[in-house]
Design a protein around this ligand. Structure first.
Ligand code: GRG
Length: 292
């Protein structure tokens, strides 16, 4: 049943994503093609699915807030396009296809990332359902998560930590920014737009913290155990770049134990919530068992 939920949510989100980026004129078409190339290339769509699940839990219709959900995926896609660039991870493949700069060149790939990031904010302001205050709160939450206090900060710390051993506490700071911030914002968006009460907010933000951490630990595990077919890119990039990871610091078994303990914490966080949290609970187990 959860598998069907994931499949149909992904389909709905991809339909919305397919409608948002049309070039306003002939001249800008190559830029839009490059943006759409990365945006429409699959991926798990886990961040908008998370916002969707929180909104549904709060009895809201996610279609009313589709601009916010698409914005999260635009920001995530921008981060992947820039992360793959020669100046960063220098990857040739993403999701089994050539990376954006391999197809369109570095200049256009940088601009496609810039375009996706900026367009995310344009989209959120265009939503017709949220009140002015809800929009302001939601946009502030997304900007804080994506910017220097969140994802960009984590990415910079990651880049500067290459070839260095960093202790577990610093690795957590790195991932709280690089990966966790967008997970938190995906949940928080749902809470803001769904007008959740304080107790629900507190419990679900604890859940979001655990989920982001869990996602990153499984990402580190998959970099060691995954195949090129499963991952859509060459595994072992962390080792090649001499990065500290949960696996390098705790060993493979230690990282797996850590993942299941964080998964349990995420389940515990849901226990006090007075809404139906079955989808959010299933998401934890899906991330624990994921192969890509
Ligand atoms: C360039 C500002 C900037 C940030 C980049 C996202 C990111 C930060 C780096 C990507 C490298 C990486 C492996 C990050 C850790 C986890 C992560 C974000 C993986 C990719 O996300 P998924 O698995 O991707 O949700 P799909 O393909 O499913 O959309």
């Amino acid at each position: 049943m959860f598998k069907e939920y994931l499949g149909s949510s992904k389909q709905t989100i991809e339909q919305w994503l397919g409608e948002i980026l049309t070039s306003p004129n002939q001249e800008f078409k190559p830029l839009y093609e490059s943006m759409n190339y990365s945006l429409m290339q699959g991926g798990k769509r886990i961040r908008p699915i998370l916002s969707k699940a929180v909104l549904e839990m709060l009895h809201k219709d996610p279609a009313d807030y589709k601009e916010f959900l698409c914005a999260m995926e635009c920001i995530h896609t921008y981060s992947l396009v820039h992360d793959d660039l020669p100046a960063m991870d220098n990857d040739d493949y993403r999701r089994g296809n050539l990376t954006n700069h391999k197809v369109y060149g570095e200049g256009l790939a940088i601009l496609a990332g810039d375009g996706l990031l900026t367009y995310a904010f344009q989209l959120m302001t265009a939503n017709k359902k949220a009140s002015a205050q809800e929009k302001l709160d939601a946009i502030q939450c997304v900007a804080t998560a994506a910017g220097p206090e969140g994802m960009v900060g984590g990415q910079a710390f990651d880049m500067l930590s290459e070839d260095k051993h960093i202790p577990l506490e610093e690795l957590k700071v790195l991932h709280r920014g690089k990966t966790g911030a967008l997970f938190n914002a995906s949940v928080e968006l749902g809470l803001i737009l769904g007008n959740a009460d304080t107790a629900t907010r507190t419990a679900l933000m604890e859940y979001a913290n655990c989920l982001g951490l869990l996602f990153q630990i499984t990402d580190d595990i998959l970099d060691v155990t995954g195949t090129i077919e499963e991952l859509g890119k060459t595994p072992g990039s962390d080792i090649r770049q001499h990065k500290s990871t949960y696996v390098s610091l705790l060993g493979l078994e230690g990282a797996k134990e850590q993942a299941s303990s964080v998964g349990k914490q995420a389940h515990d966080a849901l226990n006090s919530v007075s809404y139906d949290t079955s989808i959010l609970a299933a998401l934890i187990d899906y991330l624990l068992k994921r192969t890509n």
